[in-house]
Design a protein around this ligand. Structure first.
Ligand code: SIN
Length: 307
């Protein structure tokens, strides 16, 4: 049987299939629908210093082969997250990666510090520098390599847990941002967050999203995700976690071949809450059918025509 275990930093994950932030709540809401303990890890929705209502509706719309969201980082805020969610992780049966967002460098630091001083089994932090749906913070960091490096370094100073910087595809050169994250001391990067998109109802002439633009996810963006992961994989020496439109085990295989060490499943979970579990089963089937000893041997093994 193929060994699905993978390593990021010092942490070994039982398999390379994680949930994507913003698509699986805080990881505590879906245990009736899927066996969370089968997942390699849960990545929580973004948590900010203060509670956020998010953007007004409509904030989600289905599009061909995808979905556009503009949630605006709605969340309960770090104090309530610590009180109500973190204790539930004690028996969750899988690894938890907390996603953090902020409007200023200080806010990111404050959130992380508040969690660092309590006891928890959170194994790492994914730092959201790529949300396209807020006016302040988020993507402002992810489009600027010096801000990315400075934020990563501040996060690094404050924790020995994993630091994973979540990158935006909405930039000219994502490899320079990935390198900045690596220089700042990140253990890994995840790519890609959503691609800026728009949807219009031709009957009414109305924008389908309150904020006009939102983030496109789902199978429509898989080729963009693959190309980005491949470019980032070639430009840094830290692991890349791939996401964008993964709905099957074979999609996950493609991301691993492109250079990902692990993948995150997001939009597919809205159709089937157990999409992650199905993808793990399909990875096992793929590995066994090809007599692959370790799934990690696929990382970066794509055969390209040119260097
Ligand atoms: C949102 O809350 O608007 C989406 C989060 C993200 O894209 O990072």
């Amino acid at each position: 049987m193929t060994d699905l275990r993978i390593k990021i930093g010092d942490i070994t994950f039982s398999n390379p299939v994680f949930t994507a932030s913003g698509t699986f709540g805080y990881g505590t809401e879906v245990s009736d629908l899927t066996d969370v303990s089968k997942l390699g890890a849960i990545v929580t929705k973004s948590v900010t210093l203060f509670p956020r209502e998010g953007n007004p509706p409509p904030r989600v719309v289905e599009t061909p082969a995808g979905m556009i969201n503009s949630i605006g980082l709605a969340n309960v805020g770090v104090e309530r997250y610590i009180r109500e969610m973190i204790p539930l992780y004690d028996n969750i049966g899988t690894k938890v990666i907390m996603n953090i967002a902020g409007t200023t460098l200080e806010e990111y630091c404050d959130v992380l510090e508040k969690v660092e001083v309590i006891s928890s089994n959170i194994c790492g932090y994914e730092i959201n520098i790529s949300c396209p749906n807020v006016k302040k913070g988020g993507m402002q960091f992810g489009v600027d390599s010096s801000m990315t490096e400075a934020l990563t370094a501040e996060m690094r100073k404050r924790t020995e847990r994993l630091i994973i910087m979540k990158l935006s595809p909405n930039v000219t050169d994502i490899t320079s941002i990935a390198k900045a994250a690596e220089n700042g001391g990140a253990d890994a990067v995840s790519a890609i967050n959503t691609v800026v998109g728009m949807s219009i109802d031709s009957e009414t002439g109305k924008s389908q999203i309150y904020t006009t633009y939102g983030g496109l996810s789902g199978p429509a963006i898989k080729p963009i995700g693959l190309a980005t992961v491949h470019k980032v994989y070639q430009s840094v020496n830290i692991p890349v976690i791939g996401l964008g439109g993964i709905t099957t085990g074979l999609d996950a295989v493609e991301y691993l071949l492109a250079g990902a060490v692990a993948v995150q499943v997001g939009t597919a979970t809205f159709r089937h809450a157990d999409a992650g579990e199905q993808i793990i089963n399909e990875l096992h089937q793929f590995g066994d059918s090809k007599s692959i000893e370790k799934i990690s041997s696929l990382t970066g093994a794509v055969k390209t025509y040119t260097k």
